[in-house]
Design a protein around this ligand. Structure first.
Ligand code: COA
Ligand code: ZN
Length: 304
């Protein structure tokens, strides 16, 4: 549970955002943007993913980026992995903080990682038993926890079942319900979290990964936080549009989340002026699709 007086805004622009830009970005540009986000006070970030370069060529320079930020103090930098091979590469690169992704919907999992949900859970089992820590340090992203681009509304019972199986494999992991398509609504987000959190151990750490396709991103985040979710994910400038969720737009803009929480007295630890500067640089990337309210407000009013 969270104390409701603070929230951790976990930045995913370098992973969910950068993978959406067709032409891979120069590594130096990615590194410069991550440095700006860290300088703004971001303490949790997905740096990228160890995935097949055929599936996501945009992450082909992951090892170089990982080497640059290895051992950076004062923040927890994680990398997304879709299978045991990705986990080995991450550990070799010095990144024990893994984000393992499995979709609740079979169709999305097959499309995203070319495995059934059961096969993905076997990969998680292999990763956890290799590490021998019950999943500590691992974050399990339950993709399509609300809506699937291929199957529509995802039944809550399916979310509970996949969560129960993942929890048995990785009882000490952190878990996220992900609104992969950005179609969830705030009340459903709150209710699903309440139900699934009650299925898990008391004191577990939960995250919400949201996209803003239907304009509900900020409201969804606030409702998730109000029922005890302590980690809210966003992408600076709202960069994104998942290649495996046709029609979805980017993650909710981190600066919009920052405004929503901070104005209500919920501390983020992030400097808004610096965050907006990083968002501006992201918005200037050729080929990127961005969406942000705060960036288009006159800057003086946005930071006042
Ligand atoms: N990192 C790097 N390379 C990997 C890899 C990983 N995690 N997993 C597999 N590969 C390589 C294999 O070594 C093999 O290489 P080769 O052709 O040189 O022999 C090739 O990729 C194919 O391996 P295979 O196990 O058959 O994978 P696949 O083609 O069935 O693809 C995934 C499965 C999971 C690797 C691929 O779909 C993927 O990377 N998906 C990522 C999706 C994603 O990130 N989505 C957004 C996040 S939600
Ligand atoms: Zn996403």
């Amino acid at each position: 549970m969270n104390d409701r007086a603070s929230v951790t805004l976990l930045e995913v622009a370098p992973r969910d955002g950068f993978q959406s830009i067709a032409e891979p970005l120069p590594t130096e540009e990615k590194i410069a943007i991550v440095e700006m986000l860290l300088d703004a006070g971001v303490t949790r970030m997905e740096l990228g993913s160890f995935v097949s370069p055929k599936a996501i060529p945009q992450m082909g320079d992951m090892a170089k980026i990982a080497a640059h930020f290895k051992g950076r103090e004062g923040c927890k930098l994680s990398v997304l992995v879709p299978n045991a091979k990705g986990a080995s590469l991450a550990l070799e690169a010095g990144y024990p903080d893994l984000v393992f992704v499995v979709s609740v919907s079979e169709a999305h999992n097959l499309n995203n990682v070319r495995q059934t949900v059961a096969q993905s859970l076997d990969q998680l089992r292999a990763i956890v038993s290799e590490a021998g820590t019950g999943g500590e340090g691992i974050r399990v992203d339950l993709a399509t926890s609300f809506d699937c681009p291929f199957e529509g509304t995802v039944p809550l019972d399916d979310v509970r079942r996949v969560f129960a199986e993942a929890l048995e494999i990785a009882p000490k992991a952190e878990f996220a319900l992900c609104d992969t398509t950005g179609r969830a609504d705030p009340l459903t987000v709150a209710r699903r979290f309440e139900t699934v959190m009650a299925d898990g151990p008391a004191g577990a750490v939960w995250a919400f990964h949201g996209h803003d396709t239907f304009g509900m991103g900020v409201a969804n985040a606030l409702f998730a936080h109000s029922v005890g979710v302590s980690i809210i994910e966003g992408a600076a400038a709202g960069l994104g549009g998942c290649p495996f969720a046709p029609g979805a737009t980017g993650n909710t803009a981190t600066e919009d989340l920052h405004f929503a929480f901070e104005e209500g007295g919920v501390a983020t630890g992030i400097d808004r002026t610096k965050l907006l500067a990083a968002a501006d640089r992201i918005a200037a990337l050729p080929g990127g699709k961005t969406a942000s309210h705060l960036r288009i407000v006159p800057r003086q009013r946005a930071v006042a």
